[in-house]
Design a protein. Structure first.
Length: 288
């Protein structure tokens, strides 16, 4: 049954990539908005976890305010998927034109120094769009992705991100040492982007996040220490049709990877607190 379920999920994604991009955009937006509202109404385990996570971000919210935030958040999450199925058809002008940035000079100045740049970001808004924007504005992205099951589904996501101009390395199951490959890219002056607000390895660094205990991957900080490349946190949010990317100050290396990861968590919290509806975290993240 598990194999049948995996094949069904793979088929569903294949159909979505084939069909969604062919429908008029207003129709797709209506369908995905209705789907988001239906998922919230069903109140499954993912929605309940989402609500619990948002309650930590907004502890003073009333029940009605939290309900409204969950609904807005699920619509934001389904917008991410709507864009994922249509992004490969966007032309360069649309990909770049729908992005606005805050403090972009922090990224460009660091990249111009020639030591490579690491960008750490949380699951906010559409990081695939951000990666496509970076590549089309002179900074092609190397990144890491969790290996999905079935393998064919993982291959679809690798192909999708490759079409957007990104190099994707599997987190597990590869003969290449991912850390070493990323270090090579940085030493060559490359740009590495890593989604880093959820620990997938169970070896993450303990951090305090919104006053609660959590764990986050130390990879971005460790890469910065190893290569000398600056580590710049970025947070994203939607504003109407646009994606807004905010680049935070580079993380000082004092205190080593653990202290650096905590500083990343602090930057993530700042961006998430400002735009909690765009934090697509439907999984467990707080360990207490």
């Amino acid at each position: 049954m598990d194999g049948l379920r995996q094949r069904s999920v793979d088929l569903a994604f294949a159909l979505a990539w084939a069909l969604v991009r062919r429908l008029p955009e207003p129709v797709v937006t209506w369908l995905f908005t209705r789907a988001a509202d239906f998922v919230v109404k069903r109140d499954g385990s993912g929605v309940r976890r989402f609500r619990a996570n948002l309650a930590v971000v907004r502890p003073a919210a009333t029940a009605d305010e939290l309900d409204a935030l969950v609904s807005a958040g699920m619509r934001s999450y389904l917008r991410y998927w709507q864009e994922a199925f249509r992004l490969p058809e966007w032309d360069d002008d649309r990909i770049v034109g729908r992005v606005r940035t805050v403090n972009e000079e922090r990224l460009r100045d660091a990249h111009a120094a020639g030591k490579g740049v690491i960008c750490a970001l949380p699951h906010l808004a559409n990081y695939d769009h951000a990666g496509a924007w970076a590549g089309r504005t002179g900074m092609p992205v190397s990144t890491v992705a969790e290996r999905l099951k079935p393998e064919s589904l993982f291959d679809r996501f690798v192909a999708y991100r490759a079409k957007l101009g990104m190099e994707v390395l599997p987190l597990t199951g590869s003969d290449e040492h991912v850390f070493g490959v990323l270090a090579e890219r940085l030493r060559a002056g490359g740009f590495v982007c890593l989604v880093a607000d959820r620990d997938l390895s169970e070896r993450g660094v303990p951090v305090e996040f919104f006053g609660r205990k959590s764990r986050m991957p130390a990879g971005p900080a460790a890469l910065s220490v190893r290569t000398g490349a600056p580590l710049i946190p970025a947070t994203l949010h939607y504003d109407g049709p646009d994606l807004v990317i905010t680049f935070h100050p580079p993380i000082p290396r004092e205190g080593g990877p653990a202290a650096m990861t905590q500083r990343c968590a602090d930057a993530f919290a700042e961006g998430i607190a400002a735009h909690p509806q765009d934090w697509h975290m439907l999984q467990r993240i707080f360990v207490d």
